[in-house]
Design a protein around this ligand. Structure first.
Ligand SMILES: Cc1cc2nc3c(=O)[nH]c(=O)nc-3n(C[C@H](O)[C@H](O)[C@H](O)COP(=O)(O)O)c2cc1C
Length: 191
């Protein structure tokens, strides 16, 4: 069951552009994070939810997708996500930029697994224009956006493959826009 969710939880960069996600569904996903582990249990993370089309488009314009695919602009026009959850760190609760990065990873994965369980999907976006995003969302000084989660109804095929002998882990797409993601073998992970 968990393995099924983990396998389905890919980084989707193409969505059903007509699909809408409600604020209530997004709140349910954020609610899951309240039960996750947190460094010294400080719980400094705060979440900005965007599901209005105009705001989603504005956030999208500040994000960078699939840097490794040089000739492709993703998401394709009309295939953007339905919503974003911006994971932020409240510096007035817990400061230090590296200390709470693990909390952010745990929260992000929890939200994405929750989305997959609902038949949705998403993508973590670490490449975004931080000052512009902070201004767009009118975030106060102490609230630092750290990771953007795109969410929606996936509309693309992603295939996991094995990393080839040359060790290249770069993802790639074929002429049908199928996205391939090489993953290392278990034996290569164990020390
Ligand atoms: C912390 C983090 C930040 C990421 N940032 C981006 C990003 O800015 N843009 C993007 O297109 N993908 C981003 N990704 C997605 C990775 O490219 C993706 O996880 C990787 O290609 C493997 O694909 P998979 O998630 O389907 O296994 C990020 C992933 C992580 C964990």
């Amino acid at each position: 069951m968990l393995k099924e969710l983990v396998l389905k939880n890919r980084s989707f960069r193409g969505y059903d552009g007509s699909f809408q996600l409600s604020r209530g569904e997004l709140l349910e996903l954020v609610d899951l994070t309240r039960y996750t582990a947190s460094t010294v249990n400080a719980q400094p993370l705060k979440y900005y939810i965007a599901c209005e089309r105009e705001e989603v488009e504005k956030i999208l314009s500040l994000t960078l997708w699939a840097k490794a695919l040089k000739d492709v602009q993703l998401p394709h026009p009309g295939m953007g996500p339905s919503a974003f959850i911006v994971i932020c760190q409240d510096m007035s609760i817990g400061s230090g930029t590296t200390r709470f990065l693990r909390d952010i990873g745990i929260a992000a994965q929890t939200i994405l697994l929750g989305a997959v369980e609902k038949g949705l999907g998403g993508c973590m976006i670490g490449s975004f224009r931080k000052p512009e995003l902070k201004e767009l969302l009118s975030l106060p000084e102490e609230i630092e956006p750290n990771l953007v989660l795109a969410l929606g109804k996936p509309a693309e095929k992603i295939v996991l493959t094995e990393v080839s002998a040359d060790g290249d882990t770069t993802y790639y797409r074929d002429e049908n826009d199928v996205h391939y993601v090489p993953k290392r073998k278990l034996e290569d992970l164990i020390l």
